[in-house]
Design a protein around this ligand. Structure first.
Ligand code: F6P
Length: 553
């Protein structure tokens, strides 16, 4: 058990000592702290010096990684061992962006051949669609794409399409419909011309209620607006691992882009699930995204743990989560185009690390994944940063920014970066009562006023942050950034001893929803009182059914 290792115990001792130390003091003690605790890889620069730890802590963290056999686990992932044991699957999203020409055998088959073939199919399809060679049922170009998917079949592509806005091809539009709330689809459909729209039905399983419901309604809309059954082939494609379900839905195998069970939903944007990306920014840029991720993969795969960016980010995360009591981790991109990045990482991290059982099925001996949330800077500064600076709970945070803007405008970017830097400085350094009192005295405040105000204006500081920088947000740097987090999540899972690649916790709600659906009244329908659930659920169903019956009558 990881908590019984010497490394864990040593870290507990470190934590006891460090809890009495301010991070500011660690900077005073070590003038080389920034150089020591920052590194660059695959176009990404990471400064983790503003976390509260010492060189000794880092040594112990690396020893912890060794106790968890992290390097061995890393190798087992890359070579395709079935490390997702509860689903009996390999975890090979890295194979989707492996440009090394290494063969990779899974179940006796070199999967790199099928990966390349499917990518080539995506290239040919996207180029033909973008050039206007592939046309809709009236001969109009298909310049609008609607990706219908949810979770991993939405968050990744949507985040990337938004992040690469400056790379959008002229005249092309891309929408994402996720929610089973019909308003999402209906609001989108009002903006569409059926003659020019390609619907991408993105679902690994092709059974997800939200996606199947939206896909069926989209098809009906298309058929009611001039399209015929025969035209469906021109306007609907599927991205899935489930060919029989795709065919049963009425989409031809020819119009299906496949991926494989060894690609987890939340790790699938590199596969056919990235088709919407390729159609919006061009296949070349999609491939550059993959290449950026590949660079990070190579770094992760080969660098020793002490110089390994994903591993170090993970270890600092473990330190903050398990030894510094940070139960919440904020993702704060100072880049408006990364506005979907926190939502994307929420699934990547929380669906992967939100587990309380170890791989062996025992209770996890320590806290696992933190709550992940975030907003782009500077917006968050005017919302939740108050709690970050002065709240009773300490949270950790990643600040992410490009040094250069994709879309320079006056001095906006300098102001954005100034805020980024100021916030990380303030969170770490804080402001002492003595400084506050001096400031208030300089302002000419009376001693009574100073006494009344001083404590409210104190900033404790000592809030841990990572700063993640890149030259510019490009397809390559974005690819590397995403891969950095994927591997960070993997490393943390190995240390906590959990399976980062299943998601059983999403199942119960899905099953119960099916039962409840049968109990909900149609508008105007009188349903007998429901009493099959707990009193709260019964009461809520009955309240809703009553309203729905009355409104129909
Ligand atoms: O409900 C969670 C989940 O299973 C995710 O893991 C997945 O990304 C999402 O649903 C969508 O699944 P699918 O791609 O099979 O529709």
């Amino acid at each position: 058990m990881i908590t019984q290792t010497d490394a864990w115990r040593a870290l507990e001792t470190d934590a006891e000592v460090l809890k009495l130390t301010h991070t500011r003091a660690l900077f005073h003690e070590d003038p080389m702290r920034f150089e020591r605790f920052s590194l660059e890889a695959a176009g990404i620069f990471l400064d983790f010096s503003k976390n509260k730890f010492t060189q000794k802590t880092l040594k112990n963290l690396i020893m912890l990684a060794a106790s968890a056999d992290l390097e061995d686990a890393r190798e087992r992932m890359f070579i395709g061992e079935k490390i997702n044991v509860t689903e009996d699957r390999a975890v090979l999203h890295t194979a989707l962006r492996d440009f090394s020409n290494r063969a990779l055998e899974v179940g006796g088959e070199d999967i790199s051949i099928s990966v390349r073939a499917e990518r080539e199919k995506m290239r040919v399809f996207s180029q033909s669609l973008i050039s206007g060679e592939t046309k809709g049922f009236t001969g109009a170009p298909l310049d609008t794409v609607v990706n219908i998917g949810i979770g991993g079949s939405d968050l990744g592509p949507q985040m990337v399409v938004e992040a690469l806005r400056p790379y959008w091809l002229k005249g092309r539009r891309c929408f994402f419909v996720t929610n089973v709330d019909g308003q999402h689809l209906a609001d989108t459909l009002t903006q569409l011309d059926p003659e020019r729209t390609l619907f991408i039905i993105a679902s690994k399983t092709f059974t997800t209620q939200e996606t199947m419901t939206n896909a069926a309604s989209a098809r009906e809309w298309f058929l009611n607006r001039g399209g015929s059954e025969a035209d469906i082939a021109k306007h609907f494609v599927a991205l899935s691992t489930n060919a029989p379900a795709v065919e049963a839905f009425g989409i031809d195998r020819e119009n299906m882009f496949v991926f494989w069970d060894w690609v987890g939903g939340r790790y699938s944007l590199w596969s056919a699930i990235g088709l919407s990306i390729a159609l919006q920014v061009g296949f070349n840029n999609f491939e550059k995204l993959l290449r950026g991720a590949y660079d990070m993969d190579e770094h992760f795969r080969t660098a020793p743990l002490g110089e390994n960016m994903p591993a170090l980010l993970a270890l600092i995360g473990v330190w903050n989560r398990n030894f510094m009591d940070c139960g919440v981790h904020a993702i704060l991109p100072y880049d408006q185009h990364l506005n979907r990045f926190p939502a994307y990482l929420q699934q990547a991290d929380m669906e992967s690390s939100g587990k309380s059982r170890t791989i062996e099925g025992a209770m996890a001996p320590c806290a696992t994944g933190p709550v992940v949330f975030g907003e782009p800077g500077t917006n968050g500064q005017h919302a939740f940063y108050q709690l970050m600076h002065q709240g009773t709970d300490v949270m950790s945070a990643d600040f992410i920014a490009p040094a250069l803007s994709q879309t320079p405008l006056g001095d906006h970017h300098e102001k954005l970066l100034a805020n980024f830097l100021a916030q990380t400085e303030a969170l770490m350094c804080g402001k002492s009562e003595q400084d506050v009192r001096e400031e208030l005295t300089d302002e000419g405040r009376t001693p009574q006023e100073i006494d009344r105000l001083a404590s409210h204006k104190v900033f404790p500081g000592d809030r841990p942050t990572n700063s993640i920088l890149m030259e510019k947000l490009t397809p390559e740097s974005l690819g590397a950034l995403i891969a950095l987090y994927e591997h960070k999540i993997f490393c943390q899972g190995v240390i906590w001893g959990i399976n980062s690649f299943d998601q059983w916790g999403v199942e119960l709600g899905k099953v119960l929803a099916k039962a409840v659906l049968l109990e909900l009244a149609a508008i105007g329908e009188a349903k007998p009182a429901i009493c099959a659930h707990d009193a709260s659920t019964n009461g809520l169903i009955n309240w809703i059914n009553q309203i729905r019956r009355q409104k129909g009558g």
